[in-house]
Design a protein. Structure first.
Length: 750
């Protein structure tokens, strides 16, 4: 997907691609490096170069990024004496070794700009300035060490440190935020760089979906360049998918769509992508004067500002801003009047004509659909299943009195850890007993079985991974076996001392017993790391013939801890493909041995901050403009087309809770409809050919363009002409406008 994604970014007006480097992807075991396939960093940088773009390489190697363990290998936590991101010798020596490895690799391939390559900036650490305090006296020496270690690499290009307020010369401190117009680098010799402008936000399983309106993103960018910004980067312009177990946590979704300008599937998100493209073009029309001119600031009234740049060759550009969060206004600038919607910036590359206003979205909106496409054309190729044994399979790995930490035990080789124990109940104690098991866990999830029967599941969530749960149980006389499958859903990604955050059970009690509640916490517990199916690599296609798989014409539904395998067809066409897992519980999926990732169509609460409309005005936060309350956070799971063979594709599912595998389908991501809104007050400028001569007299000549990728528009559903009163009572509410004419155009092809 990389060449196409980079080309789409270039078409969207990007000059430069910024990427993190994921240490735990590149060094899965100490000294064992991996740069193949999706981790082929050199190949990626070359693709960027071949597209004619620059590159910013954020080596970190701590990166956060909603990526497992913030990108640092889990094994490093178990190197004796290591504390991450502080003045700690083992950490520093490993960080230096990995940074040097990456820098040397780039140098060898001549990829730094100083060598004629595309890399113009490199980053060390990531937002350390924001969390120095808890690290006490060891914070500053570490931050300064990181800067000098980086400088000593001699790349010939500048180093940056984001959110590092005291980055020492010549390292440039940069800004990460929804808005960075007020940011000032720590020395006048340093340019004003914005490394992370978040055009949306990430998701956790069980939450509704955040959206950042394009009007607000454009507003923030225009303000930044108006106020002297030099480089602005979207984090993320495309976030893609956290395949396998790379999603961090706890509970970060497999999708890293982020409401970004290019969606998870690699398609343009409209109008966002195009609105920002138009913004980029407009700013580039100002490029010469922005670079060579001097700026001045003018107040045009309350909440009304002009940032004006003039150069020696007579160039004049202006950014006119209305920062009022409610009122649309009309301003006078250099004897002309301009209409400025609330919370908007107009860009004037000649101090006269408006070529762009951040609140006037000219681009069409594309509505996307996931259209079901059958998993198999013939039912002849049936399903095979493998059922996990409940509790310890094979021999236990450990036996302890009491609990051990989940992550310290699995070292994250797997999400799964069995905690099992048994206890005796006298027959005389059974009668009339209301028995229940009470489980406390640091997180992230548990599946509980008593005497091989599922008694329940429990989970934490994205804001609190720990949980307590009570499950009613039916005990039997004699020996009772309690088997608790503890699960992680992505490891912590950031925060002070984040690598010490644990998971797993902390207390297990049985209530309703003869003598009240019995605490099993310090019982003798036997542990087993991982699943039997993982041990046999059932997800690998060459294990397909594995005699452990049981072919079944009608495999049972709603069974916990079951592996399913089936031969599937390639969905027709070339639309991107998602796997629809709505009928399933929770687990993991693979196609032809490639890990699609964790799936979990966990629904958010109906009251999880959703609103029926989204007001772009005013400061954005991820609590604004949410959708999908009461719906699964993530129903579809991206399966890249390149993972399919022309025929003979093996889909493997591991289901933890129980679901209906017969309802799993592929879906194709396609455009379902397009729509657009335009007004006679919108600039009527062709940004491609604008040479300064077009007068701003677009009034009454509004123009709208609609197009569908790959298909012809066959039906125009409606055209509504709205007449907005000169002084709308409520400018935010477009419904206040009267509908003058409604042309029902259905069934009339155009
Ligand atoms: C930043 C961090 C990024 C990413 C982002 C949120 O603080 O640097 O790596 O985690 O937050 O998406």
């Amino acid at each position: 997907m990389w060449p196409k994604l980079v080309a789409e970014a270039k078409d969207g007006g990007a000059d430069c691609i910024e990427s993190y480097v994921f240490w735990n992807g590149h060094e899965p075991a100490p000294g064992q490096y991996y740069f193949e396939e999706r981790f082929d960093l050199v190949r990626f940088v070359r693709i960027v170069k071949d597209a004619g773009l620059y590159m910013m390489l954020r080596i970190g190697p701590f990166v956060a990024a909603e990526w497992n363990f913030g990108g640092v290998p889990v094994w490093l936590h178990y190197v004796p004496g290591t504390v991450f991101r502080t003045n700690n010798e083992p950490f520093k020596s490993h960080m230096k070794r990995f940074t040097t490895y990456i820098v040397d690799m780039m140098k060898k391939e001549q990829l730094f700009a100083s060598q004629g390559g595309p890399i113009i900036l490199a980053q060390i650490e990531n937002e350390y300035g924001d969390i120095e305090q808890p690290y006490g006296a060891d914070a500053k020496p570490y931050a300064m060490w990181a800067a000098s270690m980086a400088l000593a690499q001699n790349t010939g290009v500048p180093w940056i440190m984001c959110q590092q307020y005291d980055a020492p010369d010549p390292v440039i401190n940069t800004c990460n935020s929804f808005y960075c117009d007020q940011f000032k680098p720590n020395s006048p010799t340093k340019p004003k760089l914005w490394t992370e402008n978040w055009p949306g936000w990430f998701q956790t399983f069980g939450e509704s979906n955040p959206h950042r309106p394009p009007e607000d993103i454009a507003f923030a960018v225009a303000r930044f360049f108006g106020k002297g910004g030099s480089v602005q980067n979207y984090y993320v312009y495309h976030g893609g998918t956290n395949f396998g177990r790379t999603a961090g946590g706890p509970f970060i979704t497999t999708s890293y769509d982020y409401d970004a300008p290019i969606d998870e599937y690699g398609l343009r998100r409209l109008p966002k992508w195009a609105h920002l493209r138009d913004l980029h073009k407009s700013i580039k029309l100002c490029e010469h004067t922005l670079l060579y001119g001097n700026s001045s600031f003018l107040s045009l009234g309350p909440q009304l500002e002009a940032d004006v740049y003039t150069d020696n060759s007579g160039g004049c550009i202006a950014f006119l801003a209305n920062v009022d969060t409610e009122k649309d206004k009309v301003v006078t600038f250099q004897n002309r009047s301009y209409d400025l919607p609330a919370w908007s910036v107009s860009i004037l590359p000649d101090c006269k004509n408006v070529v762009f206003n951040t609140a006037k979205v000219q681009s069409q909106t594309l509505m996307m659909d996931m259209v079901p496409s059958r998993l198999q054309t013939s039912k002849l190729d049936g399903w095979s299943i493998f059922r996990e044994k409940i509790g310890i399979w094979g021999k236990s790995d450990l036996v302890r009195n009491g609990f051990i930490d989940h992550i310290n035990t699995t070292k994250d080789y797997t999400d799964y850890l069995w905690y099992t124990t048994s206890f005796h109940v006298d027959r005389s104690h059974l009668a009339g007993g209301n028995h229940a098991v009470h489980i406390d866990s640091k997180g992230h999830a548990v599946q509980a079985f008593l005497n091989n029967e599922l008694i329940g599941s429990a989970y934490g969530n994205g804001s609190k991974s720990s949980f307590s749960v009570e499950m009613p149980i039916k005990l039997r006389a004699g020996k009772n076996e309690l088997s608790l499958l503890s699960m992680t859903v992505g490891l912590q990604t950031a925060g002070p001392f984040y690598e010490w955050v644990g998971a797993g059970l902390t207390s297990v009690k049985i209530s309703g017993m003869e003598n009240g509640t019995v605490d099993l916490s310090s019982n003798n517990w036997a542990y087993k790391i991982g699943l039997e199916g993982e041990y046999y690599s059932l997800f690998k296609p060459d294990q397909g013939k594995n005699e452990r798989w049981m072919p079944q014409t009608e495999p049972p539904k709603n069974q916990p801890l079951t592996w399913y395998k089936v031969n599937v067809d390639v969905p027709q066409g070339d639309d991107p493909v998602g796997l629809d897992m709505q009928s399933m519980g929770k687990g993991q999926a693979w196609l032809n041995g490639n890990a699609i990732g964790r799936y979990w169509p966990r629904t958010s609460s109906v009251s999880d901050r959703c609103t029926s409309s989204c007001n772009y005005r005013g400061s954005f936060s991820p609590n604004k403009c949410r959708t999908g309350c009461g719906q699964p956070t993530q129903r579809w799971y991206h399966v890249p087309r390149s993972w399919f063979h022309p025929s003979g594709n093996t889909l493997v599912i591991f289901e933890e809770k129980g679901g209906d595998h017969t309802k799993i389908t592929f879906s194709r991501r396609t455009v379902s409809s397009v729509c657009s809104f335009v007004s006679e007050h919108y600039p009527l400028i062709d940004l491609e050919s604008w040479d300064g001569s077009t007068p701003d007299d677009g009034r009454n000549a509004a123009k709208v363009k609609l197009s569908c990728p790959k298909v012809k528009i066959s039906l125009l559903l409606s055209l509504r002409v709205l007449e907005i009163p000169a002084e709308p009572a409520d400018p935010i509410n477009k419904e206040a406008a009267t509908i003058r004419t409604l042309y029902p155009l259905s069934r009339r092809p155009v």
